[in-house]
Write a protein that binds this ligand. Structure first.
Ligand SMILES: [Zn+2]
Length: 149
């Protein structure tokens, strides 16, 4: 009767795959960029840290980070499970160290790194700010403001 269902092993394998790729925040970011007509590639393009989205023409690499997994400095990111606390702390510390190293390597190679935090996506104006950051409009505005003479 249950021959068409996954075994528990298969199901957890599928769940892992679904969770590591195509997470809901990443899909939301992709929707915003698509709506703005900004093209991107998935899969990291062989870059350090495998950015979630890569815009080669703009030299922009976008990471979409879950606050818990990447140890964000926010309420959700600082919450630690009570069970196996040492394990989680070590794992999250490793993620943070890897994130910093990837970002440094990308910046050194001429990429602009845009990091989207899960918690920031609920804020008003998130989509507008993301689009401006990817287009580097914030930098353009401040540059023209300082050269007004
Ligand atoms: Zn956060």
């Amino acid at each position: 009767m249950s021959s068409d269902l996954f075994t528990p092993e298969q199901r957890s394998a599928v769940m892992r795959r679904v969770k590591s790729r195509d997470t809901t925040p990443e899909l939301a970011v992709r929707r915003i960029l698509r709506a703005a007509g900004i093209g991107y590639r998935l899969g990291g393009a062989g870059l350090p840290g495998r950015p979630d989205l890569v815009m080669k023409g703009r030299c922009v690499a976008v990471f979409v980070h879950g606050c818990f997994w990447h140890g964000h400095d926010c309420a959700r990111g600082s919450r630690k499970p009570k069970a196996n606390a040492a394990y989680w702390t070590a794992k999250i510390d490793r993620n943070r160290a890897r994130d910093e190293a990837s970002q440094a390597a990308l910046t050194a190679a001429g990429w602009r790194v845009v990091t989207v935090w899960e918690c920031g996506m609920k804020a008003d104006g998130f989509a507008e700010r993301l689009i401006a950051e990817v287009r580097d409009q914030a930098a353009t505005v401040s540059a023209s403001a300082t050269s007004s003479d």
